[in-house]
Design a protein around this ligand. Sequence first.
Ligand code: SF4
Length: 418
Amino acid sequence: MSSPAAENLGITPNLGAMFERRLTRQIRVGDVAVGGGAPVSVQSMTTTKTADVEGTLAQIYALAGAGADIVRCTCNEEEAAEGLAQMVPRSPVPLVADIHFQYRLALAAMEAGVQALRLNPGNIRKPEQIKTVAREAKDRGLPIRIGVNAGSLDPDIAEAHGGATPEALVASAQRELAYFAEVGFEDVKISVKSSNVPVMIDAYRLLSETVDAPLHLGVTEAGPPPAGLVKSTVGIGTLLAEGIGDTIRFSLTADPVEEARAGRQLLETLGLRERKGLDLIACPSCGRAEVDVIRVAKDAQAALEDRNIPLQVAVMGCVVNGPGEAREADLGIAAGRGKGHLFVKGKVVRVVPEAEMVDALVVEAERIIEEGFDAVLASADAGAEAEAERTREELLQIQGTDANQAAEKIERIREVAE
Ligand code: SF4
């Protein structure tokens, strides 16, 4: 428990953990609270082309299923911003746009509706451009991560500090904070990443003594496993055990699903997040939803969680995109035209009346546990895939191809990105 002395130092107790967390300000990335005693969140980043909407969404779902609370996508070209406009309404987790050199793409990403931005102070250096982005983010109530990276530090800061030292990384973050302060923007989280683990650890220690903003921890370019896992675990784990850090990302040269899984495992190991049994994921519901996703997801959670079923189960609002978006899930159900389309590993195996969606999920989950995936896939109802396809076509006819009115946003993105 927290001692009076610890409380005076701004340290809060963390239930279940062996150590205490340093109290930071709280921001919100969509519906995920970061800092201020909120559970430490896991982040990861997609590796697909952001303009590839279906491929990227499938990866986002896989990352969410592996434990990512927030996913970042690169926004390196106008087509990426347009892709984000189509993905934001369909993503199960908040999306952060990673901005590289062009501040206009930050404006375009905000038009797309992302829940946060990441700016690298070493890449966008013109104060007026930085302030323009911060002003717009402030107006929209969007947070920004100041993502300092040792490999792309401002040359003048590196020179003044004799290289990418912990002090130099913190100075870069402070310079960006000062620009933000000029326009009254303080909805930030900060990272000071280095591929050198001792430098990274010292930089975050120094930063946590300097600011009260929530901190995003990571070892940059950690490389492939096992070395990348070791470096990230040592760097991030050391800081978390000191109570520093509000959100984390493992940067591995590997399938990003491994990043999300490793991040989640580290937090569970440290007692910072609860262990998962059943992993129920649900789409956010968008203009295509054919059912009350929140209600069905709640009912499915209640029906499945007591059965100790170690499966990832997806509840999806429509059969147009649901089975594809959640194709990495073990089992799922997607609504459409009064029916539930039950899918296993992305393949529709059965079609049931909408009122029986939850019961059908339970039956199929128990069958998977008893008989295995191959047997369940082999006994799929003949015609289930074709029926789902027919319903998809009907819904597309009724709803059109732009159920989320992304075209309007894309038009606006083209104006601001020019
Ligand atoms: Fe995706 Fe359909 Fe859910 Fe919309 S309703 S988020 S398209 S599954």
